[in-house]
Structure formats: C-alpha cells, structure tokens
Design a binder for this molecule. Structure first.
Ligand code: NDP
Ligand code: 2IT
Length: 448
C-alpha cells in the first residue's frame, strides 16, 4: 500500500489493533500516504518513533453523562474527550453531539485536528470531544441539563492552558453557552476556556462565519493560483446547511458565485435562481430541518429527499460541508461527469480515499479539509488571544486576520506540494506534510 516497508508494517499492525475503528484508520491511511517520501528522506522520523507516537492520542477520557429529561426520566449518554497531541500548544478542538459519536470518529477528528491546528500557524495542539447525545428534538431545558452534566465531568480535564473546547456538528453557541456557564460556576473564574462562545460571553466577532468564509478564502487562492480566475459566475453546490455550509454559501454569493444546490438531513434543494439564503435563515429559526420546506416559498425549485442527490447537480465547484464520508466513488464520478472541476472540503473527511483518488486522477482541483476548513479553529485561536488580553477586536480586524491565515495555509500547502511531489496542486500531500513538520519538530525538541 505504501512504498516504505516501515510504513506498511506499521499500518498492518495498526489496522489489526484498531480493526473496529474504520474512520480512524481511513484518516491515518490518507496521512501516511503523504509520509512515504518524508520517512525515506529523514531517518530521524523512524528512529524517534514519531509516526508511532503521533498516531496514538496522548490521552482519552471516557465518561458517562446522566441527566433528567422533561418527562422526569433518567437518561444516560456516553461521552469522551480525545486529547491527541500537545506538542505545539494546549489541546484544542471542537465538541460534537450526534448519535453516531464513537471512539473511531473522535480519534479521526482529533488526529486531523492536530495537523489542521498546526497549519494555522497558531500555538494550538489537537483534540476532539463529544457525546452520542443528539440535540435534535430535545427541548432547550433538556439541552441545558445535558450540557451541565457533561461539564460536571469534563471540567477537570480542560482549562485555558490545558484544553480549550469549541463547537462542531450539533454544538453551537447555545450549547457552548450552557457548558461555559457550568464550567465558570465550578471554577469561579472567567478564563475563556471555551471558544465559539456568544459574543456577550467573551466570544469573538467573526467566529460564527470563520469556517465557511475561510473555506471560500482558500478556494479563492486556488482559483487565482491554478486558473487565474475568481468565484464570479461559478455554479456552486454545498452539502449541509449548518454553521459551516450556510456561511460558505453567504460568502460564495458575496464573491459573485451562485449556490444552485444545498442540502440538510431532510434532502436536497436545487434552485437555478440561486439558493435563497435569507429564507433558509428564517426557516432555521423555528425548524431543525429546512430543505423540505423550501419549495413552499420557491415552487420553481426542485427537491429530492435523497441527500446524496446533491452530487448530481451540474456545478463548477462542490463544497461538502455536512459530515464525514459524504462523497463515495459513485458520487465522485457523478460530479466529474457533470462538469465539476473543483472540490473543497468544508466538513472533516467528507470524501472517501477512493473518491479523493478519483478526483486527483481526473485532475480535479481538490482542497483537503484539514487545510480548507481550518478557518474555524484559526478564529478560535484568535478568540483565545482576545480573551487572554481582555480585549475585543472588531469583525473587520478578525476577518482580515482570518483572510491572511487562509492565504498562508494555501501557500504552505502549495509550497510543500511543489517541494515533495513536484506538482503544484497535490494539496492533500502538501497539507499533510506542512501540518506534520511543525508538530514533528516540536516533538523532537521535547524528547521522548
Ligand atoms: P452543524 O450541526 O451546524 O451543521 C451540520 C449540517 O449538516 C446540518 O445542516 C445537518 O442537517 C447537515 N447534515 C448532517 N448529516 C448530513 C447528511 N448525511 N447529508 C446532508 N446533510 C447532513 O455542523 P457544522 O456546520 O458545525 O459542521 C459541519 C462539518 O464541518 C462537520 O464535519 C464538522 O466537523 C466540520 N467543521 C466544523 C467547524 C466549525 O467550526 N463548526 C470547523 C471545521 C470543520 P440537519 O440539521 O438537518 O441534521
Ligand atoms: O473541526 C474543527 O476544526 C472544529 N470543529 C473547530 C474547532 C475549534 O476549536 O474551533
């Protein structure tokens, strides 16, 4: 599978040990493919067991969360925090609430977060946490009680210089507010231990927009470098109408592109006039799913209840912004056959390894999530800075810093791609190597 026998032996053992963790193995396999040329060139990697160490989380904390629902019944959920790597800064990464959360998913996310955070250039280690608690259909009070009980255990393991959680799938400013409120009560200090907080609670302006906007800034750099082009008049499709997808859509429209398809768990809307984002925002205030309600206001649009039908819509640019493994090989083929020529991941690992390879073999420009969706955690880093300094930057200041960080991430990936593959556009390899090097150097400096 890999050119290096050392990596082949290592991966064979890893896949035996973690045979029941497919998402984790997928993320590691993708990463190791980029390590092939590096381990050959630099024997210190093998000698210091850097790969063996970087692939194992430093610590996994697993716990039970018990809470009482509105009907008075006691409910039990499973939760964990994976503190992956602290070589370059305090553990940092989101919290996910979704029924699918398990150790495999938490580990793949924490692993990728380590390199993503390194790419931002800010001093943040990698982590991820979550629970199989599903906020959809729960009352506000139930969500508050769950979040408070979750923190009753997690508070011991986090802190502004230890581990700083944030939002992710199923966790937004409301959930962060309840968690931070409980944490603050227990610790009796306003330390900003969480990011993506509400603005009044010490959050940063621009954090809510950061992942989606950052994704578009990254794509702008790709368009400029590889096509001497811009978003103007490009047809874009975006899966997921959550925090990342909706903000990406907003920025695409602002930059002159047209979002012609969007999805959520209820299905896919295709609107050749451009998706009505104001309507989606209004519907989202009172509905957990919105796409199935869109046609009542825009009968000219079409709807499909099958989420993967989004990849059948002809487009120039596809932005998967929902969840892992949304684009399998069949959808990749569909996209390419309908004329898509750029894919940029807003979600974490939304493209399978086979689909990614298909895009690369067909010369589709491809932006890997650990680089293209790093804007969210980058502004989380800026939120930590503002909290530490006890001041607030304006939206324009934060957005300008985000823009600069995304340009830098693109430049690092582009340069590493050129240096290690001889190709300018292998951003998968570029992101893996550029993200790895800083963490690796810090691990060498700090000894075993
Ligand atoms: P949200 O919970 O805000 O939104 C997720 C969206 O995806 C919702 O619209 C949800 O629909 C939809 N969705 C979930 N599963 C599917 C599916 N199988 N098909 C179609 N739509 C689906 O999460 P975020 O926007 O925060 O996160 C989205 C992705 O981006 C995740 O992979 C996350 O890890 C990643 N990410 C998030 C960052 C952040 O700062 N928030 C930063 C970097 C990456 P519904 O509401 O109907 O369930
Ligand atoms: O996947 C991600 O980068 C996030 N969910 C954001 C993490 C953060 O700490 O802001």
């Amino acid at each position: 599978m890999f050119k290096s026998t050392y990596l082949n032996d290592f991966y064979a053992k890893l896949s035996q040990r973690y045979h029941d963790q497919p998402e984790f193995l997928q993320a590691v396999e993708e990463f190791l493919t980029s390590m092939d040329m590096l381990v050959e060139k630099d024997p210190r990697i093998q000698k210091n067991a850097i790969i063996e160490r970087i692939v194992e989380p430093e610590r996994i904390i697993k716990f039970r969360v018990s809470w009482v629902d509105d009907a008075g019944n006691v409910q039990v959920n499973r939760a964990m925090r994976v503190q992956y790597n602290s070589a370059i800064g305090p553990y940092k990464g989101g919290i996910r609430f979704h029924h699918s959360v398990n150790e495999s998913i938490m580990k793949f996310l924490g692993f990728e977060q380590t390199f993503k955070n390194s790419l931002t250039g800010l001093p943040m280690g990698g982590a991820k946490g979550g629970s199989d608690f599903d906020p959809s259909g729960k009352s506000d009070n139930e969500i508050m009680r769950f979040c408070q009980n979750y923190i009753l255990e997690l508070y011991r393991h986090i802190g502004p210089r230890m581990d700083v959680p944030a939002g992710d799938l199923g966790v937004g400013a409301r959930e962060i507010g309840y968690m931070y409120g409980m944490y603050k009560r227990i610790q009796n200090e306003f330390s900003g231990t969480f990011t993506s907080k509400g603005i009044e609670s010490g959050g940063s302006l621009g954090r809510a927009e950061a992942t989606g906007y950052g994704l578009c800034y990254f794509v702008e750099e790709m368009l400029k470098a590889f096509k001497n082009d811009t978003f103007k008049d490009k047809r874009v499709i975006i899966s997921g109408a959550g925090k990342v997808g909706s903000m990406a859509a907003e920025k695409v429209h602002e930059l002159g592109g047209k979002v012609v398809g969007m999805s959520d768990i209820s299905g896919v809307i295709r609107d050749e006039n451009g998706i009505d984002l104001e309507l989606i925002k209004t519907l989202a205030k009172t509905n957990s799913v919105v796409m199935d309600k869109y046609r009542a206001y825009h009968p000219e649009a079409t709807f499909s209840p099958t989420t993967k039908d989004i990849w059948k819509i002809p487009c120039d640019i596809a932005m998967p912004c929902a969840t892992q493994n949304e684009i399998y090989l069949d959808s990749a083929k569909e996209l390419v056959s309908k004329g898509c020529w750029l894919v940029a991941e807003g979600a974490n690992m939304p493209t399978t390894i086979e689909a990614t390879k298909y895009f690369q073999d067909n010369h589709i420009l491809f932006a890997p999530g650990k680089a293209s969706n790093a804007g969210g955690v980058a502004v989380s880093g800026l939120e930590m800075t503002q909290n530490a300094m006890f001041l607030n930057w304006t939206f324009e200041e934060v957005d300008a810093k985000l823009h600069e960080i995304m340009k830098n991430i693109f430049r690092k990936c582009h340069e590493a791609s050129m240096m290690y593959t001889g190709k300018p556009d292998d951003l998968v390899t570029g992101a893996n190597i550029a993200g790895f090097i800083k963490v690796y150097q810090a691990m060498l400096q700090q000894g075993v």
